[in-house]
Design a protein around this ligand. Sequence first.
Ligand code: NG1
Ligand code: MG
Length: 518
Amino acid sequence: MNTKVPEFSALTKELPRSLERKHPNVVDAFFRTYGAKPDFIARSPGRVNLIGEHIDYCDFSVLPLAIDVDMLCAVKVMDEKNPSITLTNADPKFAQRKFDLPLDGSYISIDPSVSDWSNYFKCGLHVAHSYLKEIAPEKFNGTPLIGAQVFCQSDVPTGGGLSSSAAFICAVALGTIRANMGVRFHVSKRDLTRITVVAEHYLGVNNGGMDQATSVYGEEDHALYVEFRPQLKATPFKFPQLQNHEVTFVIANTLVESNKFETAPTNYNLRVIEVTIAASALATRYGVALPSHKENSNSERGNLRDFMDAYYARYENQAKPWNGDIETGIDRLNKMLELVEESLSDKQEGFTMDDAAEALNCSREEFTRDYLMIFPVRFQVLKLYQRAKHVYSESLRVLRALKLMTSARFQTDEDFFTQFGRLMNESQASCDKLYECSCTETNQICSIALTNGSYGSRLTGAGWGGCTVHLVPGGANGNIEQVRKALIDKFYKVRYPDITMKELEDAIIFSKPALGSS
Ligand code: NG1
Ligand code: MG
């Protein structure tokens, strides 16, 4: 790809498209709430992931884009005595909150056992605070953060797989840095991503870095290729130019809310643990050692990418770790799929705790201590074969998709749509059957879209409900209207007979790639 990588650039100061429209509104609402004007607005967008689901926490690359639904935080900085934060949300379902900032400069406490919207604010505040202590210890050790009145307004659906939480946290972290360092200071995109990636860990969600990277690095009219190794890198690229159609992605919300915070022990966190255990089982079987990640990774234990590198170092003439090159990646991932078949496929019904301890060559006690105490999880069996197969095959699909996206020419438009669509459909099948993170409504929406003009349909984000994404030819000869109508008539009006026009409008999102945090 020959596009520029905005690695160390400062955050933009131009007004993004979405702010032109929404900004007067937020300023008015702020004024009505606090009787004054805000000093600034910190904004960060949601994202849709085109392909590459549940692989970011294994350090495999993904293909998302930022969209123009976003979180806006209008902020007025308060005077320095009695520092406190007042938080108001445009959505009345989230009640006003007020809390004091510790006078001795210590961190705000976060209670992950209560589910409250202000917890996300506190996570963003906390990671920004620790960044401030890192860059200006003399100013921030022993002194409280500055107080503020904040008005939050978001049109990212919550629990919808479009990263409402990352949009919120990134906006808050950016706003906190701005409030405490002033307008002249610029935080790099890389730093803002680095600090926000770990923020939700304080709420017990063991997430990877895709959402924050996309929310921060988004670029108008570009999708992103996000890599996590050897270090975080988000390369923007444009969709291919076709002859008679535009490449368009339609987002449709199942309206099944997936509260990650509540379901993590049996869903999200359990998957993270299963693939970590799968990596250890493979390492034990092939006699290689995995590195541990003390810093901030999702788990200290080595992941499936570590296993791939360790295997190549040991068996293929001490081959170097994979550097991201597409062809090498395709080869190595195919090899990994063979190893998964060879070593894990005879326990497709799943591994009990004893089976897993045996596969790792450790005692039940060691197993519990090393894998089950990091984040709370609940399970009957661990489906190591299915989960590992999903991760390696999905990572392979991302590389194939990237190749298509960056190819110069297609014989016909149809060629692009069928090939890219097939990858998305295979991804959906793998999420559904192997990773078990789809649901009935998601499968229904996908099949309706596919029979009405979509070429590829899949869940996006964590799944278990939330949003779906569809590859639909756009432009004058396109299928967008047809897909939209079919989803309304055959899904929304059937599944939710009382749905209002407004709810329907919000459920189907057409968005161009949007600008990241600003
Ligand atoms: P959602 O639930 O859509 O924000 C989550 C994770 C991502 C990634 C995807 C699955 C968080 C904040 N984000 O996305 O890191 O693992 O699921 O690909 O938990
Ligand atoms: Mg989230």
